[in-house]
Design a binder for this molecule. Structure first.
Ligand code: MN
Ligand code: MN
Length: 325
């Protein structure tokens, strides 16, 4: 592995506010670029919020996350992990959605991620709303169901909206279970809270064997105990990590469409990701950041900080080993 070509631009060489922003100031390597063969982890933008049922805006997420990610440095402040020296990381650009056609957007995303997977690249995605996770799972779990560790204030396990619509950002994991993309016995949902229309989603979780850890239990037991259980549920097999920014309390992450009060603070939000150490992560996403609702950029800054935390547990030696290293 030659990491020389895949180092982020240092703020010591070019000020952080200068230059064309890519995720974490990494090189932009498109799928058609010959260098793609050397990429281990691909940071990808999914600028699409066609599954949003209330306040929109995550289609603007990747662009703002790239901008704020220029503040990320190369070394983790607590663990000392230097992820860009452990794996070749690159910004693969954005998957191109069709903002006027939901089903076409899902197909475009699935096709893009199938190419990413075929190239042996582990994707770390910036959404986009939570429906983006479905086409990603369709690509990653094409051959066998995977486990999932899911941080969110919602289960996203609802069946239909508006009298029969099956694809919204409240339904991706219901569809993923039905399509055989997720092994429910290896799925855990952490942080669930807020008002509800009914308990239909929780009934489905119980019926298929998905473990739901509501926020009351999360705070009663504490981060370390909950994450130990999450690691047990995921086991050593392939596991996807999905992180909805509304997992975090809206005091710390107000820039999202469906906030729920009474959630983890920014430190706890980072801590849960450190608890993924050792999990066999085959891909991860950070979704539901809505820049129009985040005028000061604080939500986006937390989100890219969480993406760096995710990267640090995705690189070899810190969790999953990618195909090429
Ligand atoms: Mn969600
Ligand atoms: Mn949510």
């Amino acid at each position: 592995m030659d990491t020389q070509d895949f180092q982020p631009i240092s703020g010591m060489d070019l000020p952080r506010f200068a230059g064309v922003p890519t995720f974490m100031r990494l090189p932009h390597v498109a799928l058609t670029d010959p260098r793609i063969a050397d990429v281990d982890i691909g940071l990808i933008g999914a600028p699409w919020d066609g599954g949003t049922t209330n306040r929109p805006g995550p289609r603007h997420g990747p662009r703002q996350l790239r901008d704020l990610s220029t503040m990320i440095r190369a070394q983790h402040g607590v663990t000392g992990v230097r992820p860009f020296e452990r794996a070749n990381c690159a910004d693969l650009g954005d998957v191109s959605p069709n903002p006027a056609d939901l089903l076409d957007s899902l197909q475009r995303m699935q096709t893009f991620y199938s190419e990413v997977t075929a190239a042996g690249i582990t994707p770390l995605t910036a959404g986009g709303d939570h429906l983006c996770s479905l086409p990603i799972l369709r690509a990653l779990a094409a051959n066998a169901p995977v486990g999932m560790i899911h941080f969110d204030s919602h289960t996203d396990l609802f069946d239909t909206y508006f009298g029969g619509t099956r694809f919204t950002h409240g339904t991706p994991f219901r569809r993923a279970v039905e399509e055989g993309l997720l092994d429910p016995s290896r799925v855990v949902q952490i942080g669930i809270r807020g008002t509800a229309y009914d308990g239909e989603d929780r009934d489905f979780a119980k019926a298929v064997g998905i473990r739901v850890i509501p926020i009351e239990e999360f705070f009663d037991r504490g981060v370390n105990d909950v994450m130990a259980e999450a690691r047990d549920i995921a086991g050593s097999q392939a596991t996807y990590v999905s992180y909805d920014i509304d997992f975090v309390d809206p005091t710390f992450a107000p820039g999202t469409g469906t906030p729920e009060v009474g959630g983890p603070n920014a430190f706890q939000a980072l801590q849960v990701v450190r608890g993924l150490e050792g999990v066999n992560i085959i891909g991860a996403d950070m979704v539901e950041v809505s820049p129009p609702l985040d005028p000061a950029g604080g939500t986006a800054w937390l989100a890219v900080s969480l993406m760096f935390e995710l990267l640090c547990v995705m690189v070899p030696g810190s969790g999953a080993a990618s195909g090429k290293t």
